[in-house]
Design a protein around this ligand. Structure first.
Ligand code: PAN
Ligand code: ZN
Length: 188
């Protein structure tokens, strides 16, 4: 029988205790995600392949739900802010919740038929991600962006489409402000 448990989440560091697993994504693993690959290669070579984000989860065998944190470092690649890979869920009937704890971000969403929506990620904002909307989080601030996500264990990740063609919009730094522009590399 599954037993209830309180899980401590540090909203500034993303630490989850107890956790059941974690991974980090470094810049070199996100080469397809960013526009300026020469700059990315330069940063990997000269800045020691920085961590872009870490995911920590709490997942109990036999449960329908699981949750965890994503902690994103601040930074950009040639003006394009650090972001996650972005994905649809394999299960088209399953959405997700992102509850921002600290930092400043943009949650970029795209429907199957190409509609773009943005939800600002600010502490206290709980974002509703409807089923079958691709979602990517982007740290547009100067500190860590930490958010809690909650989702069905069966949702699954479908990275293929977004990795291949990108999302229709990208978020870039223009004189210190984050602006959302058309993705010049978008391949329909
Ligand atoms: C999140 C994401 C996490 C990392 O847990 O998986 O923020 O982003 P990518 O998976 O796009 O690299 C989630 O949306 N799970 O479904
Ligand atoms: Zn998701």
């Amino acid at each position: 029988m599954l037993l209830p448990e309180g899980v401590l989440i540090n909203g500034l560091t993303g630490e989850v205790s107890p956790d059941t697993g974690k991974y980090t994504k470094r810049l070199s693993e996100l080469r397809e995600v960013f526009q300026d690959r020469a700059e990315l290669d330069r940063m990997v070579a000269t800045e020691g392949d920085p961590v872009v984000y870490e995911v920590i989860e709490y997942k109990k065998e036999g449960s329908d739900l699981f949750f965890g944190t994503t902690t994103m470092e601040a930074g950009n690649v040639g003006g394009e802010y650090f972001m996650t890979r972005g994905h649809f869920h394999q299960r088209r009937d399953m959405g997700e919740v992102y509850y921002t704890q600290s930092g400043h971000g943009v949650l970029l969403l795209e429907s199957r038929d190409g509609e773009t929506r943005v939800v600002r990620m600010e502490p206290g904002v709980c974002a509703f991600i409807p089923p079958d909307w691709a979602h990517r989080s982007i740290n547009v601030g100067t500190e860590k962006l930490v958010f809690v996500w909650v989702c069905n264990v069966e949702a699954g990740h479908d990275y293929g489409d977004i990795l291949k063609r990108g999302m229709r919009k990208v978020v870039v730094d223009r004189d210190g402000a984050d602006v959302i522009v058309d993705n010049p590399r978008y391949a329909a």
